[in-house]
Ligand binder design. Structure first.
Ligand SMILES: [Zn+2]
Length: 152
């Protein structure tokens, strides 16, 4: 699937050092494997690509790339280790495209430069896939900068 990238978003890609081919590959992988989040009301998907030092996300409709973001922290797993029974309404606006379960908003442990902290993630209760929303990724970016400054 060939995705359209607006000029504005193309600039965002450049500013963040993302390559168009990388994003296209990420989306192709998500489309062929089915490992992605799908909006419960609409035709928007979130694909995820994990490498050694960066987790990248592409938000897209069938025709167009809508947003791209990333975080350097790596997600270790659920805070507490287990997915407890749902005892409050923590259903997100997203469905796991692979199994059809509604993704849950749950804290996950994230680690970066030797520091591990819990933060809000989107979790598929069946596949154990973890995602981060764009809003949370912004917060993580700030946290990453603080840790990098401490190290410097
Ligand atoms: Zn799933």
């Amino acid at each position: 699937m060939d995705i359209k990238i607006t000029e504005e978003l193309d600039n965002t890609l450049k500013d963040n050092g993302f390559k168009k081919e990388e994003i296209q590959e990420l989306i192709d992988n998500a489309e062929s494997s089915g490992v992605k989040l799908k909006a419960r009301d609409g035709d928007v998907s979130i694909a995820k690509g994990v490498s050694d030092n960066l987790t990248m996300y592409a938000v897209y409709s069938p025709s167009e790339l809508l947003d791209v973001y990333a975080h350097k922290m790596s997600i270790l797993g659920l805070t507490g280790g287990e997915l407890n029974d749902v005892d409050y309404d923590d259903a997100s606006d997203w469905t796991c495209a692979k199994c059809g379960e509604i993704a849950l908003e749950r804290n996950v442990d994230m680690t970066y430069m030797g520091v591990t902290r819990p933060g809000p993630g989107l979790v598929c209760p069946k596949c154990d896939e973890f995602y981060v929303s764009d809003g949370v990724a912004k917060t993580l970016k700030t946290a990453e900068s603080i840790l990098e400054e401490k190290r410097a």
